[in-house]
Design a protein around this ligand. Sequence first.
Ligand SMILES: *[C@@H]1O[C@H](CO)[C@@H](O)[C@H](O)[C@H]1NC(C)=O
Ligand SMILES: *[C@@H]1O[C@H](CO)[C@@H](O)[C@H](O)[C@H]1NC(C)=O
Length: 402
Amino acid sequence: MMLRRLIRPARRLPWVYILPVLGLCFIEVLIHRSQYNVPRPAHELDEPFFKGCQEPDVNHPRENAVMVMLARNSERDAANRTIASIENAFNKWFKYPYVFMNDEPWDAKFIETLNKTAGGRATFEVIPKEQWTFPPSMDAKAAKQSMKEQGQRGLPHAGSEGYHHMCRFYSGKFYQLEALKKYKWYWRLEPDVDFTCAITYDPFVHMAKNNKKYGFTIALWEVGTTCPSLFRDIANWKELHNIPSNNLWKAAVQASWVPYPFRQMLAYFMPHTDRFGDMWSLCHYWSNFEIADMDFFRSKGYQDLFEYLDSKGAFTLRGGVTPPSMLWPHDLLYQCPANAPDLQLTEAEVLLGNKPYWPEKPGGVGCRCRCDGDMPRNHPGYCLNKLKQPNTRARPWLTWLL
Ligand SMILES: *[C@@H]1O[C@H](CO)[C@@H](O)[C@H](O)[C@H]1NC(C)=O
Ligand SMILES: *[C@@H]1O[C@H](CO)[C@@H](O)[C@H](O)[C@H]1NC(C)=O
């Protein structure tokens, strides 16, 4: 009798409890997600500094800046192509110096060829061994074993020791290189890159003037398997230092649809989540084209973050922070805007040269761009828009599911 009484009501009752609980969960999720809504700015945050062509203002004082390239002796032709291209598109007017970096001694032939193409403004540095190696805290043998395993799992480049050293070098050591200490700004170049538009203004000058720290051209989804714990590590570091979530942080997070406390429990099993269960959107920008203020990377805050990630083996034990140019052929992913109408300065310009015809298109922003058979394109990617204009409401349906 007692037993029956206990069981019978239990058969009917669940919905009476479950429905309100579901309702509360739903409301909790809505409130939680609303904390990640980021207001859309009234206008594009980063308009190009100029549209179309300028007559290069070569009398304006230069910034304290340098063009840098990490290359190997075997990449001489590819490096030469990049330098010829950037000289022609930009640096023949502004004449910034170049620093080439190698983890091995340079071939005389490389130096001769590249210095010549660089207009005699190049120096050639060998990266000190202590900056091109494993973190001091790490057992090199264990690290090598881990790389071997990553390689066997088919992670791109993960099996190569040099690749990990490069990730680590570019992420934290590069800014401390003796040869670069005297510079504030750098423009990173890679072998085998073609600059398809004329850059007729000095981006260093205009970044300084507009208080910009970092410039990039492409933002895409990361290959998630290369860095399963990167976001967790960074989120933990952020928490450790009591850094509040600003809009850019929120814009990089996909707030979870799972109610508390289950999302926090799921976080134990899910990669790319912070410990509260919210997920990184995998959006990141590509560092193979970047113009940046090295003082930012030399700051205590950044170096602290680097040391923290380094101590977690982020650049060695796992795939590291991938410079994705190595994952994708350059000719698949590029920026080549259409040319700005009536702004090509095709008549009687002094430095630019008087060139007869450049295809123009309404809405174009470029200066004398030639996309060489490829479509002109001003990469409209989801990630790029998201980083430029944080707005969680305008998500494509796919990302709602993530
Ligand atoms: C390097 O590039 C320059 C400019 O395009 C070219 O004239 C030169 O032949 C190239 N040198 C080599 C060794 O390929
Ligand atoms: C590069 O060329 C310039 C001018 O020809 C020369 O003065 C300089 O010593 C060269 N640099 C190297 C590293 O060879």
